[in-house]
Design a protein around this ligand. Structure first.
Ligand code: BG6
Length: 490
C-alpha cells in the first residue's frame, strides 16, 4: 500500500481538475487506494471560491462520475481529504507561505505532488515560486500536462524552466493515454505471448493502423484548440506514444528507464516528413456540418464562431519506421473530431500466405487481422480463415476470435487513467510518464509538418459524422490498403 501523500492541484477550480482529477482521487478512495493521512489541496484564486470549494467538488463528482459511483457515505469520508487553498500562481504573495505551513504540518519526507493543471505558459513561474517559497523538498514531484509547448523550441523553453527547479526524476509529464489499462495491456500482449513476439515484424506484418476517432467537436475549448489543432493536441503525444508501444523493441526490464529508452529509439527511427513529403503522406481535414448520431451538428467554423480558420480537426499520416524490424511496413496514424464513431484501436494486418494451395472456387484468402480496441469497448479480435462447416464443399471464410476484456472483471473496478497516473506520481513511479528526450524527439518530427502547413495548402473538408476526408481514403489506396472503420467490416 502506498504511503500517505499530499497532492496540490494548481488550477483546482478548472475543467481538468473538476472533470478528471477529483473523480480520479474519489475512485482511488473508494477502492481503498487513497492512504489515510493523505491530503488533496486544490488551489483557487479567491477566498469566496475556497469557501465554496467543497460544494463545487461535490457537484463535480455528481456530474462527472459514472452511474452509481457517487454515494453520500463515501463522499463524506472523501471530503475530509480535501483542503482547498487560495493561491495566485503567478504572484509570490503570503498565500504561498500559508500553503507551506499546511504542508509542513506533516513530516518533511512525506511525498508531495504538485500537479500543474494550468496553461503551460505559467509552468515556469509557478515552479519558480515553489522554489523561492521553499516548498520543494527531496520527496516533491511536479506533474505537467500535455501538450508541452507549441513547437520544439517552446517545449524546450518550458522544459528548461521546470528543470531549473526540479530534477528530471522529479518531473512527471502526463500523457493520459499511457494510464489507460488497455494501453498497458498492449505491452502485456506483446511481451508475454510468444505468439505475438514471433510475428511482430516486417516479415509477417503488412501494415499497421493506429486510429483515435472522436465524436465530440470543439466543446468549450475554442481558445486552446484553434491554436493547437489535432496535430499538436493528439498526434504529437497520444498517437506517437501508441506508435512507440506498438513498434518498440522489448525493454530488457519493465522499468521506466528501459521503456523510455526503447520508445525513444522508435521516435528517432521515424522517417522525417519534410516539404513535399508532408503533402504526399499527410492529409489534414476540418469538419463541416453533418449528421451525427441522428442529428445535425454544426461545422468547426460555426462552433468556433469565426468565418475562417485553417486549424485541422483531423489528421491522417502514412509513416515509416526506418529500422530492421519495420522496414517497408507503413504505419497509418489517424485522429479526428466529429467522426462517425468514438473508437481508439490498433489494427495489425498480416501478410497473405506465401503460396495459395486452393483454387479460386474456395473464395479469396484474406490476410489475418489483429484488432486491439482500446475504447469504448476493450476487445481483442483475431480474424482467421477457416473452412465453412455448413456444407461438404471446400469453401473458406473469415472467422473472428473475440475477447471482451471488460467481461472478465467485476463492475467495481473503474479503469481511470488519471487515477492510475496520479497514484503513480505519488508513489514515485515514472514508468508511464514521458521523458524530456521523448518530448524533444516527438517535436522534431512534428515541427517540419507544422512549418509546411503554415505556408502551403489548407485542410480538406469532411462532413461531421463521416470517417474523414476522401483524400485520406486515397492515401491508403495508393498502397492498396483501406482504413479499418469500426462496425463496417465484412
Ligand atoms: C485530450 C485532448 O488529450 O484527449 C482532447 O486534448 C481529446 O482533445 C482527449 O478529446 C481524448 O481523450 P480520451 O481519453 O477521451 O480518448
Amino acid at each position: 500500500m502506498l504511503n500517505p501523500f499530499d497532492i496540490v492541484i494548481f488550477g483546482g477550480g478548472g475543467d481538468l481538475a473538476l472533470r478528471k482529477l477529483l473523480p480520479a482521487m474519489y475512485r482511488a478512495y473508494q477502492e481503498g487506494n487513497l492512504p489515510e493521512g493523505s491530503r488533496i489541496l486544490p488551489t483557487v484564486r479567491e477566498e469566496s471560491k475556497q469557501q465554496e470549494y467543497v460544494e463545487t467538488a461535490q457537484q463535480a463528482l455528481k456530474s462527472f462520475l459514472g452511474d452509481g459511483e457517487f454515494n453520500n457515505r463515501d463522499w463524506k469520508a472523501f471530503s475530509q481529504y480535501l483542503v482547498p487553498v487560495v493561491i495566485n500562481v503567478t504572484e509570490a504573495d503570503n498565500h504561498w507561505d500559508e500553503l507551506r505551513a499546511i504542508l509542513q504540518q506533516d513530516a518533511e519526507d512525506k511525498s508531495r505532488v504538485f500537479y500543474l493543471s494550468l496553461p503551460p505558459a505559467v509552468y515556469g513561474t509557478c515552479c519558480e515560486i515553489l522554489s523561492k517559497k521553499k516548498l520543494i523538498t527531496a520527496t516533491s514531484r511536479v506533474v505537467v500536462e500535455k501538450p508541452i509547448g507549441y513547437c520544439g523550441e517552446s517545449a524546450e523553453e518550458i522544459n528548461g524552466k521546470i528543470a531549473q527547479y526540479f530534477s528530471e526524476e522529479q518531473i512527471f509529464r502526463i500523457d493520459h493515454y499511457l494510464g489507460k489499462e488497455t494501453v498497458q495491456n498492449l505491452m502485456a500482449l506483446r511481451f508475454s505471448n510468444a505468439l505475438f513476439e514471433n510475428l511482430w515484424d516486417a516479415k509477417s506484418i503488412d501494415n499497421i493502423q493506429i486510429s483515435i476517432s472522436e465524436t465530440v467537436g470543439l466543446e468549450s475549448r475554442a481558445g486552446f484548440y484553434d491554436k493547437a489543432g489535432a496535430l499538436r493536441d493528439m498526434v504529437q503525444n497520444h498517437l506517437l506514444q501508441l506508435l512507440c508501444l506498438v513498434a518498440m523493441e522489448s525493454p530488457h526490464k519493465l522499468n521506466a528507464n528501459s521503456i523510455r529508452a526503447e520508445k525513444l529509439k522508435v521516435l528517432e527511427a521515424l522517417r522525417p516528413l519534410v516539404d513535399e513529403q508532408v503533402d504526399d503522406n499527410i492529409v489534414r481535414g476540418q469538419y463541416v456540418p453533418g449528421e451525427l448520431g441522428g442529428k445535425m451538428v454544426p461545422g468547426y467554423l460555426e462552433e468556433l464562431g469565426e468565418g475562417s480558420s485553417k486549424t485541422e480537426t483531423y489528421v491522417a499520416i502514412r509513416a515509416n519506421i526506418d529500422n530492421w524490424r519495420w522496414a517497408g511496413v507503413p504505419f497509418y496514424l489517424r485522429t479526428g473530431k466529429r467522426m462517425k464513431k468514438r473508437c481508439a484501436e490498433i489494427v495489425v494486418e498480416y501478410k497473405r500466405v506465401s503460396h495459395n494451395v486452393y483454387d479460386e472456387s474456395v473464395g479469396p484468402i484474406q490476410p489475418n487481422r489483429l484488432v486491439i480496441r482500446l475504447q469504448p469497448e476493450e476487445t481483442i479480435q483475431l480474424t482467421l480463415m477457416s473452412k465453412r462447416m455448413d456444407n461438404l464443399n471446400m469453401e473458406l471464410q473469415p472467422v473472428t476470435l473475440n475477447i471482451e476484456l471488460s467481461q472478465q472483471y467485476g463492475s467495481s473496478f473503474h479503469s481511470d487513467a488519471y487515477k492510475r497516473l496520479m497514484l503513480d506520481a505519488a508513489a514515485n513511479n515514472p514508468a508511464l510518464f514521458i521523458h524530456r528526450d521523448e518530448v524533444r524527439q516527438a517535436w522534431q518530427w512534428i515541427d517540419p509538418i507544422i512549418e509546411r502547413w503554415q505556408t502551403k495548402g489548407a485542410p480538406a473538408l469532411y462532413r461531421a459524422g463521416s470517417w474523414g476526408p476522401e483524400d485520406a481514403d486515397e492515401l491508403l489506396q495508393e498502397n492498396n490498403h483501406a482504413w479499418f472503420n469500426v462496425g463496417e467490416q465484412a
